[in-house]
Design a protein around this ligand. Structure first.
Ligand code: PXP
Length: 239
């Protein structure tokens, strides 16, 4: 199974100081060197983490698949058409939300979604729609012309009991099988961590997982010791 690494929260740390580090482009290079099939970034309307320039520089540097997550709106379609990512994932975007809340309701937002899919497909971009693991949503995603569905794994990730987690895994499995039967590529993502990844990764029908927060968090943790040692070495100046 392939892994696309979402580097949004590298930019979140940078934006906390409006500084120029850490750079999501640097993180993207390292993620690809480590074996990721590509890199995902979400350019939000409020630009709270990833900036337009990041997407432009990533377009020049990502060797694998550059996946731009975005709302299905005119502004973002224009950015995508200018920059030319390999893939776009259409996601819902609510004001004030901490992160994406649930899948896109393709039934309710059909007009905007169809128009975004048409424009992006015309430019040769692979279009994915982030949906709840629900066969009706997968069918609607297929009907509006998507090539990929990213199945929302957040409810599985937040399940409080093993029974609820198993029920949600089964919904993901059923939706992934249905997507394959319709000729769509099923991906999965949201809320996946080092603790909960294995049962999702065992779903053979899923082609790819998109993981961000947990990988960036771990990178900060496992990198801390080296970072402190390097600072101490610089402080150890001979008088
Ligand atoms: N997939 C989608 C559609 C998302 O919106 C996000 C969060 O930006 C992710 C995957 C990655 O989620 P997480 O950061 O929880 O791994």
């Amino acid at each position: 199974m392939r892994l696309s690494v979402n580097v949004d929260h590298v930019a979140t740390i940078r934006q906390a100081r409006m500084a120029d580090e850490p750079d999501p482009v640097w993180a993207a290079v390292l993620a690809e060197l480590a074996g990721a099939c590509g890199v995902t970034v979400h350019l939000r309307g409020d630009r709270r983490h990833i900036q337009d320039r990041d997407v432009e520089v990533l377009r020049e540097t990502v060797a694998g698949v550059l996946n731009l997550e975005m709302k299905a709106c005119e502004e973002m379609v224009a950015v995508a058409r200018r920059v030319g990512p390999d893939m776009c994932t259409l996601v819902p975007e609510g004001e004030g939300e901490l992160t994406t809340q649930g899948g896109l309701d393709v039934v309710r937002e059909e007009k905007e979604v169809r128009s975004a899919v048409d424009a992006l497909s015309a430019d040769g971009v692979d279009v994915s729609i982030f949906v709840d693991p629900d066969v009706v949503q997968v069918e609607r995603a297929k009907a509006v012309g998507a090539h990929i569905v990213e199945l929302h794994t957040g409810v599985y990730a937040e399940a409080k009991t093993p029974e609820n987690a198993e029920r949600e895994l089964e919904r993901i499995r059923v939706a992934a099988i249905a997507a394959r039967e319709m000729g769509l590529f099923p991906h999965g993502g949201h809320g996946i961590t080092y603790r909960n990844v294995q049962p999702v990764a065992a779903i053979r029908e899923l082609a790819e997982l998109s993981i961000g927060h947990s990988i960036v968090s771990r990178a900060v943790s496992v990198g801390m010791e080296l970072a402190v040692r390097e600072m101490l070495a610089l402080m150890d100046v001979v008088e």
